[in-house]
Design a protein around this ligand. Structure first.
Ligand SMILES: [Zn+2]
Ligand SMILES: [Zn+2]
Length: 349
């Protein structure tokens, strides 16, 4: 049994914990439906940072990294449709298939996901040279796809899902609140479609500039500008038709309810378990507004995300700030993430 380098999470005494680079055993296939994947690229995610800081649960002694793509190196005996050498991307959220939500066709809302099945959070993931996954967690990729770009498939699937829910039309004024990595990936998807104008609301200067670079028509900084009056000026008093809150705190929720037009769709995307917000139900009734939650990508969104990456419809180079070696995950990777001057950082073993 050979060894490999892996970034392993160790729970601390209180909340959060540490991530350490360690030599661990290369994982082996133990069930007939499993696949051994050689990982070629794994993206760093805000969730990884949250896990270390105690803002997101994770299992002790687990290899982190849940946004990854690689090459099939071995398959269990019941896996019939994957060959050695095939390129694959992981859907890290393992579904049970039998809970009430799975049976109702809402498998991405599987009741058991939250209790701990995600690869790279609760089971070993992609910050390593190899990972063993069930066939059902893998999407086969086109031969010509670039595997570094393919590590964006998972977050991109979430953005595609969000865009579909928002039902964006050509006549819409669209606002994205928060230009973190997810806000910017959602922006890239929205920008592929004709809309009236795209406005980004962001406090951080570097991220705001990035939003403009990716195609936002206007940038509002809520620390130095009055959001409502800026929105009304930009939209000629119409307000906005689609609002995507990629932050998810009380302030951003309430901000959205001050700028929404009649008939608006407000998509809650960013997650913060602590957030609470006030709302007047009549503001929804009287102007037929919709508030929708967008949670991760569905299987069909993965298929769309694969197409977008394979056909180079998304400008991946603008979204990947840096590609680093796994050895540099702690020094370079997490430190760069903490400065917030980055979109995606991708690790390669
Ligand atoms: Zn993620
Ligand atoms: Zn389920």
């Amino acid at each position: 049994m050979g060894k490999m380098l892996a970034a392993v999470f160790h729970k601390g005494d209180k909340q959060g914990g540490d991530i350490k680079l360690e030599e661990v055993d290369i994982p082996q296939i133990t069930k007939s439906d499993q696949v051994l994947v050689e990982i070629k690229a794994c993206g760093m995610c805000g969730t990884d940072l949250k896990i270390l800081e105690g803002g997101h649960p994770a299992n002790d002694n687990t290899i982190l990294g849940h946004e990854f793509a690689g090459i099939v190196r071995k398959v269990g005996e019941s896996v019939q449709d994957l060959d050695i050498g095939d390129k694959v991307a992981a859907d890290p959220n393992e579904k049970c298939g039998y809970c009430i939500n799975c049976r109702r066709g809402l498998s991405s809302l599987c009741e058991y996901m939250a209790s701990g099945t995600t690869f790279g959070i609760f089971q070993d993931g992609g910050f390593a040279k190899y990972c063993v996954l069930p066939r059902s967690a893998l999407f086969k990729l086109p031969e010509n796809i670039d595997l570094t770009a393919a590590s964006l498939i998972e977050p991109l699937s979430c953005a595609v899902h969000c865009h579909n829910l928002a039902d964006v039309k050509e006549s819409d004024n669209v606002v994205i609140i928060g230009a973190g990595p997810m806000g910017l990936i959602i922006e890239s998807v929205i920008r592929m479609h004709p809309i009236k104008r795209l406005i980004c609301i962001e406090i951080d200067e570097w991220r705001g500039q990035k939003a403009l670079e990716l195609g936002a028509d206007f940038l509002i900084n809520p620390e130095s500008q009055d959001v409502k009056s800026e929105i009304m000026r930009i939209t000629n008093d119409a307000g906005v038709d689609v609002i995507i809150d990629a932050v998810g705190i009380s302030q951003t929720f309430e901000m959205a309810t001050k700028i929404w037009a009649a008939g608006a769709r407000f998509i809650c995307f960013g997650q913060d378990y602590r957030a609470e917000a006030k709302i007047k139900p009549n503001d929804i009734v009287r102007y037929q507004r919709k508030i929708l939650g967008s949670y991760i990508g569905y299987a069909e969104d993965f298929l769309d995300a694969i197409e977008l990456i394979a056909n180079k419809k998304i400008d991946v180079d603008k979204l990947i700030t840096k590609v680093i070696r796994l050895e540099d995950l702690l020094k370079t990777g997490f430190n760069l993430m903490k400065t917030r001057k980055c979109v995606k950082i991708i690790t390669t073993p």
